[in-house]
Design a protein around this ligand. Structure first.
Ligand code: SF4
Ligand code: SF4
Length: 132
C-alpha cells in the first residue's frame, strides 16, 4: 500500500515538507511527468500529506476514486490535456503547466488511472533522479 497523488495535483508543493520520510518528489521533466509522485517503496502511509493538499489530490491507494465528481473550477493535470495554467507554489515560486484542463461542475473523472503512472515514475521513469 502507498498513498497516491492524483492528477488533481497542480504542484504547489504543500505536501513535500510534511512527509516524514521525504518520499514525495516533483516529476521532471515537466512535459513528461507533470505531477508530484510518492515513492511506494518508502511511503509509510502515515497520512500526513493528505490534509496539506489544498486541492485534495492525495488518497490512500485503495481509496483513489474511479468516479471523481468535480465541484467545478478545479484542474486536472495530465499529459493528454493542453490547457494552460499559471500560479504559485507555497513558496511563492511560479508554476506553469501546459497539461491541464479545468473541470466543469458534475464532470466525472477516473482518478485510478494515476496509480500506475505513480509506480511507473519510480520503476521505469526518472524517480529520484528527477531531483537532480
Ligand atoms: S502518507 Fe506519509 S509517508 Fe506517505 S507520502 Fe504521505 S506524508 Fe509521506
Ligand atoms: S499539496 Fe497537493 S497540489 Fe500541492 S504538490 Fe502536493 S499533491 Fe500536488
Amino acid at each position: 500500500m502507498t498513498h497516491i497523488i492524483t492528477s488533481l495535483c497542480i504542484r504547489d508543493e504543500g505536501c513535500m515538507s510534511v512527509c516524514p520520510v521525504d518520499c514525495i518528489v516533483p516529476g521532471k521533466p515537466l512535459d513528461e511527468w507533470p505531477l508530484m509522485y510518492i515513492d511506494p517503496e518508502v511511503c509509510i502511509d502515515c497520512g500526513a500529506c493528505i490534509p496539506e493538499c489544498p486541492y485534495e489530490a492525495i488518497f490512500m491507494e485503495d481509496e483513489v476514486p474511479a468516479e471523481y465528481e468535480a465541484f467545478g473550477g478545479e484542474y486536472i493535470n495530465r499529459l493528454e490535456f493542453d490547457g494552460h495554467y499559471e500560479g504559485e507554489n507555497m513558496y511563492g515560486e511560479e508554476v506553469v503547466l501546459d497539461t491541464v484542463k479545468e473541470l466543469e461542475e458534475g464532470e466525472v473523472v477516473d482518478l485510478t488511472k494515476d496509480i500506475q503512472s505513480n509506480y511507473d515514475f519510480f520503476e521505469k521513469g526518472p524517480g529520484y533522479e528527477a531531483l537532480d
